[in-house]
Design a protein around this ligand. Structure first.
Ligand code: SAH
Length: 401
């Protein structure tokens, strides 16, 4: 018989186990009656209720407000290679929904949404790009990489631990590092049959904004033979989908990043489109829109997919102002009856906030707005029901009269 698994213990204040039983995966430091002793930051802990009963097992960081992130509620389950293999297999099973001939870019592990706090893994045509965001996951890194390699059969695994947010956890910001196989400078992926180049080493996030896949597909029904303005275009995700709908469609892509726009042009060519029939402008979107309004330029479809304006609660009200200004400007360059796709990926800005911003913008420009489709991310970014914060993307298609 094997010995029961045991780790250092942390005890909770009375009744603080209830949210964990409902599937929440965080314990804030204020909920602890007794922090664990003799444990290094990031070490594994057993969480006990005030009455001494086992509740869950996770990892501990004394430096952050979230003191413990839960990995399992099964007392018999050790946090070892078997654990990681099991979680990777579960994640893979969900992504079987994608036909690899059509879609070879998807998120394989969405952190708390897939029961693996502090971990993001994106899959690009057989290459995995991994981001480790917490001290606890960092300590488990080699078990994790082995499990990923063995369970997915990936050709290469790249660690992109270059996010500044790691500092909050007391972690170093590292250079990208290939930890298994070969990781090319560029990968060609498919998304709903559309081809894209991904730069896993230097591209933003892990290289591509996979979370917009279904919104790009939904855009098709509005873009046929239209003039489309794609603001914050990055490498042209929405632009290519729009341009492919009809030879008469004309797309203007605007972004501050010159390398992103260069890759956007390449993505047009990769799909048999002539980039010279479309526009690619290196500009600040706010400046561009203000100028377009002054020039009287009008579009049939406007896409606003900015970076997160608020990364913390404190930045929220400034961010709402920026969203308001952006959406007002976007409406001002829309033809009557035009389609606006507006997005926010700020976790602290909720759907209701974005709807409020839209309503204020509509009032400002004095035009009626019809909401057509409201979206979040799709099945490869599962949201943990007990943790609404595992969802961050809001996207609204509307018609501006
Ligand atoms: N819609 C894109 C993802 C957008 S990510 C897609 O589907 O792939 C946000 C983009 O906004 C980045 O490419 C970044 O370079 C750009 N960006 C950030 N601030 C900007 C600004 N003020 N003006 C123009 N582009 C900006």
């Amino acid at each position: 018989m094997s010995l029961p698994v045991q780790y250092p213990t942390a005890s909770l204040k009375p009744r603080r186990e209830e949210s964990l039983q409902g599937g929440h995966l965080w314990i804030f430091s204020g909920a602890l009656q007794q922090p664990p002793h003799w444990i290094e930051p990031g070490g594994l802990v057993d969480v006990k209720a005030a009455n001494g009963q086992f509740v869950a097992r996770g990892y501990y960081n004394p430096q952050t407000d979230i003191a413990i992130r839960i990995l399992t509620r099964d007392r018999e389950e050790a946090i070892d290679e078997v654990f990681f293999r099991d979680r990777v297999r579960r994640a893979l099973a969900l992504r079987q929904a994608f036909d690899p001939e059509q879609t070879s870019a998807y998120r394989l592990i969405h952190s708390e949404g897939d029961g693996l706090p502090g971990l993001i893994v994106d899959h690009y045509a057989g290459i995995l790009v991994v981001q480790v965001h917490t001290r606890g996951m960092e300590r488990l890194r080699s078990l994790l990489i082995d499990a990923l390699r063995d369970e997915t059969g990936a050709r290469g695994i790249l660690l992109r631990n270059d996010s500044q947010s790691r500092r909050r956890e007391g972690l170093e910001v590292e250079e990208p590092l290939a930890v298994s196989g070969d990781v090319p400078e560029r990968i060609i992926v498919r998304e709903n049959g559309v081809r894209f180049l991904v730069d896993p080493w230097q591209g933003q996030k892990t290289g591509f904004f996979i979370d917009q896949r279904d919104k790009r597909a939904a855009l098709r029904q509005y873009a046929r033979d239209k003039r489309v303005l794609n603001c914050f275009s990055y490498t042209g995700g929405f632009s290519v989908y729009a341009a492919l709908t009809d030879p008469g469609t004309r797309v203007t892509s605007v972004d501050v990043s010159a390398p992103a726009l260069e890759m956007a042009r390449e993505n047009f060519s990769l799909n048999g489109l002539d980039p010279d029939r479309h526009e690619f402008l290196i500009a600040d979107v706010f400046d561009y829109l203000a100028q377009a309004r002054r020039d009287g330029s009008l579009f049939d479809v406007v896409i606003l997919d900015p970076p997160a304006f608020a990364r913390s609660q404190g930045a929220r009200s400034q961010a709402l102002k920026a969203y308001r200004r952006l959406n007002t400007l976007g409406m001002q360059v829309l033809q009557p009856g035009g389609i606006l796709l507006t997005c926010s990926c700020s976790g602290v800005v909720h759907l209701d906030d974005l709807l409020g911003v839209l309503a204020q913008a509509a009032q400002h420009v004095q035009r009626p707005v019809q909401l057509l489709e409201t979206c979040t991310h799709s099945l490869d970014h599962p949201i943990n029901l007990a943790m609404p914060e595992t969802g961050y993307l809001k996207a609204i298609f509307c018609r501006v009269g």
